[in-house]
Design a protein. Structure first.
Length: 547
């Protein structure tokens, strides 16, 4: 892999090699202005030419180029603001700046080998190796699994009993567990339930392995909150693929950055620095492609240059902020020193901050990383129901649409849509009050969160209605699982404000996805129809949608 020093030196050489043609373009714009001083397009082109050198020169160890480019940019900007066509004296000064820039480049290229290289950017913090807890009473199997997990670049530790495993979990919650059912001091199912009940216990990926392979064993594994069940002898390649998939869901990639930048040298610098930290970067060098890039690339952050052909970055930001889909998308403006007065304009346009060119690599990574992390956190808050902390209806439907798209590509896998509705919930509110009703809703949400797998999707669909997507279960398995959830919820005791206790139930409908005849709405409607059938049959039961 290319080192930072090598990558930077390549960029520097490329910048110097391409500087000549770019200076020729500045001279061409000056010639146009000499023939027609009122040519505002030529003046804007001249300002963009100076702007490119102002933003990149110092980055590549050429501070004089930045100083000269900035002087030209400021002078052009002043002429545009005053609306006065530049005459002979102004054009002479700009030609002198151009000549000085040409003079600076040969000397700079001769010093290419000795020019200072910016410190290697502090990449986004290296991801801690995910830690897997192996729980098996067979020492030989534990040793084998620890080595197998470490071969995947993960950290591993072992435990031989349920008690030992719980002590390890209490010391540090692992990212994942591989648990045998048969332990000398208890059941692996009980261990998983205990882990899921702890604060943050819904996060680890849990795989259960066992010599037992009866239908009820598999359903019990799902019920206790495991993400997968594997019969011994285990196909470890399949298990590890499943485990790594779940771990990747918990640790998303660094992110996607859309750089709206028409200066090739600056674009190459942004791509190199951000790429070194694992970011995926797309450069939009033509504002006319901005909307298409937003839709196809789905960036986590936009780096926006202010000075662009035919439009300002501020205008693109205002356009973006008019679309509620991008309300949380961070925008960082790229400015030169002469544009610092634009801070107010940055705020008015909906920008989050600005970075001053030339940009220090470490500052760029820090700004991008913190803004993406904050935006993701904000998006997660907006996508969850405030009371139950489950996905809200909009976020749930987005997940359902994504599942539908995946299943159309992989028709061998199954997914069930479960609609759940609390029975006689209005009566609970009327008799005990809305605060008590809210506690009942939260109790059901907690049960679903703890009893279902990390790979399942759970949301509050609205009011007293909940929705669940169950992956890789046949209809009979899904029915048995939801009936067990119903029995457990029915057994829970809820307390009214007067100290009295009561019980609640729910009705549920299940629809298996059939990609050959269902779109998203048809799938949802099938689950809804099954739910209404359960309510019509007397409530407190689960019904499956007819095929």
């Amino acid at each position: 892999m290319q080192s930072w020093d090598e990558a930077f030196e390549e960029l520097r050489v490329q910048f110097i090699r391409e500087a000549g043609p770019r200076l020729d373009e500045i001279e061409r714009q000056l010639d146009l202005l000499a023939r027609d001083p009122a040519d505002s397009e030529a003046l804007r082109g001249l300002m963009r030419g100076f702007h490119g050198f102002a933003g990149s020169g110092n980055t590549y160890g050429l501070p004089q180029i930045t100083t000269l480019g900035l002087a030209g940019e400021l002078a052009c900007g002043k002429a545009l603001a005053q609306g006065a066509p530049p005459r002979g004296e102004a054009l002479s000064r700009w030609r002198a700046l151009l000549a000085s820039m040409r003079d600076a480049l040969p000397a700079a290229s001769g010093e290419a080998a000795s020019a200072p290289t910016p410190a290697s950017p502090a990449s986004a913090p290296a991801r801690r190796a995910a830690e897997i807890l192996i729980v098996d009473d067979d020492p030989a199997m534990r040793t084998f699994l620890v080595r197998r997990v470490e071969q995947e670049g993960l950290a591993a530790r072992g435990a031989g009993t349920r008690a030992e495993a719980m002590r390890a979990v209490e010391q540090h919650l692992p990212d994942g567990l591989i648990v045998d059912i048969g332990l000398p001091d208890g059941s692996g199912y009980d261990l998983v339930e205990a882990v899921r009940a702890r604060p943050g216990g819904d996060a680890p990926a849990v795989m259960i392995v066992s010599v037992l392979a009866e239908f009820l064993d598999k359903v019990e594994a799902v019920h206790c909150g495991a993400d997968g069940f594997f019969e011994k002898p285990v196909d470890w390649e399949v298990l590890m693929r499943r485990l790594l998939h779940l771990l990747d869901r918990n640790h998303p990639e660094a992110g996607r950055v859309l750089a709206v930048e028409d200066d090739p040298a600056q674009a190459a610098f942004l791509r190199t620095v951000l790429g070194s930290a694992g970011y995926e970067v797309r450069v939009c060098d033509d504002p006319r492609r901005f909307e298409a890039d937003l839709v196809s690339f789905r960036p986590d952050l936009v780096l926006m240059d202010i000075m662009l052909p035919r439009i300002r970055g501020y205008d693109l930001a205002r356009y973006l902020r008019q679309d509620e889909r991008y309300a949380t998308l961070p925008i960082l403006f790229l400015t030169t020193e002469g544009q610092l007065e634009a801070r107010i304009e940055t705020a008015r346009a909906g920008g989050d901050d600005h970075l001053m060119k030339p940009i220090d690599p470490s500052l760029l990574l820090a700004a991008v990383g913190t803004r993406i992390e904050r935006a993701r956190f904000l998006k997660s808050l907006l996508g969850r129901d405030g009371l139950t902390r489950l996905l809200n209806q909009g976020s749930f439907l987005e997940r359902a649409a994504a599942v539908l798209a995946r299943r159309r590509r992989d028709r061998d896998r199954t997914t069930a849509w479960v609609m759940i509705d609390l029975d006689h919930f209005k009566s609970i509110n009327d008799r005990y009050g809305h605060p008590t009703g809210d506690r009942v809703l939260c109790a059901l949400a907690t049960l679903l969160r703890r009893r279902l797998r990390q790979s399942d999707t759970v949301g509050r669909y609205g009011g007293e209605e909940f929705a669940v997507l169950l992956d890789d279960l046949q209809e009979a398995d899904a029915l048995r699982l939801v009936r067990r959830l119903l029995a457990e919820f029915q057994a829970q005791s809820h307390q009214g404000p007067d100290g009295s206790s009561f019980h609640a139930t729910f009705s549920a409908g299940i629809a298996m996805l059939d990609t050959s005849r269902m779109d998203l709405d048809a799938w949802r409607q099938a689950a809804d129809t099954a739910l209404y059938a359960a309510k019509a049959a007397g409530r407190n039961q689960v019904q499956a949608s007819p095929p």
